[in-house]
Design a protein around this ligand. Structure first.
Ligand SMILES: C[S@@+](CC[C@H](N)C(=O)[O-])C[C@H]1O[C@@H](n2cnc3c(N)ncnc32)[C@H](O)[C@@H]1O
Length: 245
């Protein structure tokens, strides 16, 4: 699957049901999210991330923050409450359109469309903090590896990246559970979505050991890793916290 597919998928969902496409909570499908409740979830998530960094003793500068894969700005808006400036970047123009319409922070918040496999739209050393959740899991692994490397280019020295990505499936390789899950989540799911005229949201992963290598190769130093994320029933997913050396 290509980045083009990811773009088309989120263009479609950004038009069809954007808040549910971002946070697919039970009972919220079909425009059932209360907007206030939705953005409150983002505020709480960023609050927990900052408390976690505090507990780790991380010295986080509060200048500019980047929300990679910002969707409708659920986390970007929350970052504005803690940083001088927050920037959201997304591959989907429909998501960016909604994000701009929900912006409560004027010029301190900006949203950018980026459909390329890098972050060339940002200069080196532009950000103090990068946060991304439920994004890299939908991007083909080779492209995610490139984005992770880019995080450390656009971070200032001493800047912090927190990013979530699954490491692998919970099933033992070759087990019946793995085979069944591959069919259910792969061709069968794609066919079912196609029948209903919906694009498939792909799931991808990079093994933890490889992610740690990418961080080191890109000028980062791992501070902490913890299990994190809504896909933990079927996959092991981690939140990585690393500093730009
Ligand atoms: C499940 S939503 C999560 C949005 C946001 N991170 C949040 O938690 O509220 C995934 C978002 O990632 C975006 N996305 C997917 N691939 C991307 C890429 N290569 N670059 C930027 N954004 C991307 C999608 O368009 C979508 O808005």
């Amino acid at each position: 699957m290509s980045l083009k597919h990811v773009q088309r998928t989120y263009e479609w969902y950004g038009n069809a049901d954007p808040l549910y496409a971002v946070l697919s909570d039970k009972g919220k499908k079909g425009h059932r999210w209360d907007v206030g409740e939705f953005f409150e979830a983002g505020r709480q998530e960023i609050g927990r991330a900052l408390t976690y960094l505090d507990r780790l003793g991380v010295d986080l500068k509060r200048g500019a923050a980047l929300d990679f894969g910002c969707g409708v700005g659920r986390l970007t808006q929350a970052l504005c409450e803690h940083f001088d400036e927050a920037v959201g970047v997304d591959i989907s123009s429909s998501m960016i359109r909604h994000a701009r319409s929900y912006n409560r922070f004027g010029d301190r918040c900006s949203y950018h469309l980026n459909t390329t496999a890098d972050l060339a739209l940002f200069d080196d050393a532009s950000f103090d903090f990068i946060y991304t959740n439920i994004v890299l899991q939908h991007i083909p692994a080779a492209a995610s590896a490139k984005y992770i490397a880019e995080f450390f280019r656009v971070l200032r020295p001493g800047g912090i990246a927190m990013f979530q990505i699954p490491s692998g499936r919970r099933h033992k390789p070759g087990s019946l559970g793995e085979k069944l899950s591959q069919v259910a989540r792969g061709p069968l799911r794609r066919l079912w979505k196609r029948v209903r005229g919906k694009p498939t949201v792909e799931m991808h992963q990079i093994h933890r050991s490889r992610v740690e290598e990418i961080i080191a190769e890109s000028g980062g130093r791992l501070i902490d890793v913890r299990q994190f994320g809504s896909v933990r029933i079927t996959r092991v997913s981690y939140m990585y916290c690393a500093v730009r050396e």
